[in-house]
Design a protein around this ligand. Structure first.
Ligand SMILES: [Zn+2]
Length: 180
């Protein structure tokens, strides 16, 4: 599929959810196809979260046929691809157990987030704004938060509600939700 055709197909999948997204496709001389997705809504999200959101809009078989060996860059406006920061699996594996234990016990991040959802004062915005606010109040640094959210994403928590529903299934919110 040519870059132009592929771009057109991708817009069909993605534009209903991200109407203002800009997609660029560039084939490098060594035959690697790079895809650049830029959207204002990505500003508050980690690159890994952005990727997760995009990938769910694209049917599996289309991905396997046309996108399997491509490199992706998910950008907010004016961001540079070199600035994108991820944790690799090895790092996540090293820090995961201690981070989850801290969130569960010591500072009761979990109870604070759980409370926000249960007393009906907050809803999920599809990002980490509630969790970030709690962690910031608990004096976790930006670097700590980067570690924490990469562990949570690795456990299936890509937004505030998914932290409770997928990571901390013992939370009141999750118990209520899954028993529905
Ligand atoms: Zn959510």
């Amino acid at each position: 599929m040519s870059p132009i055709e592929l771009k057109e197909e991708l817009y069909k999948f993605i534009a209903p959810t991200y109407p203002d997204i800009q997609i660029e496709i560039i084939d490098t001389p060594d035959n690697i196809r790079s895809l650049y997705f830029t959207d204002e809504q990505f500003k508050l999200l980690y690159p890994k979260q952005r990727y997760h959101l995009l990938i769910h809009l694209i049917p599996n078989d289309f991905f396997e046929q046309h996108l399997a060996h491509t490199t992706w860059f998910e950008l907010a406006p004016n961001e540079n691809p070199d600035e994108l920061d991820y944790h690799d699996q090895e790092t996540i594996a090293e820090i995961k157990a201690s981070i989850l234990a801290i969130l569960r016990n010591k500072v009761s991040f979990l109870s604070l987030l759980d409370k926000k959802f249960n007393d009906g004062t907050s809803k999920c915005f599809g990002d980490f704004r509630l969790a970030k606010q709690i962690l910031t109040n608990l004096k976790f640094s930006i670097e700590d938060q980067f570690d924490i959210f990469h562990v949570l994403m690795d456990e299936g928590g890509y937004c505030d509600c998914e932290i409770l529903l997928n990571v901390f299934k013992e939370s009141e919110y999750a118990k209520k939700y899954w028993s529905k």
